[in-house]
Write a protein that binds this ligand. Structure first.
Ligand code: RB5
Length: 143
């Protein structure tokens, strides 16, 4: 299963380590950049990753910037994307269970690597509950 990854410079190191984690978990990371800690602009990497998830080329995504906010704002401009900013495991589980989030976003400057692994695993191990949550999700898009 392919997983889209995107970050800016602030999230670069966490992106690299979480791509390795995902390989260990049996997934195939697809790296949309950035490719170094040189200062860059998160939309340049977020939009291609969002496109890949929207088109079904990647099953879901994991993204990060310093706070997680800029990259979340960018990803959520895409109608088919539900990007959820998660800073602890229970929020990540709920982002899947209730929001069927298809991109998990982490605030790289505000979570340890150890916490980031727990957040990713909570997201991976949770299942979307559907039902009333689908009714709410259906009302999200702006027509
Ligand atoms: C980069 O300094 C920082 O602004 C960016 O990573 C992010 O936090 C923006 O939302």
């Amino acid at each position: 299963m392919k997983v889209a990854f995107a970050s800016d410079h602030a999230g670069y190191e966490l992106k690299q380590s979480l791509m390795e984690l995902m390989k260990q978990r049996g997934y195939e990371p697809v790296d949309f950049g950035t490719n170094s800690t040189d200062s860059c602009d998160y939309p340049d990497y977020a939009h291609p990753a969002a496109d890949a998830v929207e088109k079904g080329e990647c099953a879901f995504g994991i993204a990060m910037c310093g706070t997680g906010n800029g990259i979340s704002m960018t990803l959520n401009k895409h109608q088919g994307i539900r990007a959820a900013l998660c800073w602890e495991p229970e929020i990540a589980a709920l982002a899947k269970q209730h929001n069927n989030a298809n991109i998990l976003v982490l605030p790289a400057r505000f979570v340890s690597e150890e916490m980031a692994v727990k957040i990713v695993d909570a997201y991976l191990n949770a299942e979307y509950e559907g039902g009333r949550h689908q009714r709410r999700i259906d009302k999200i898009p702006v027509h």
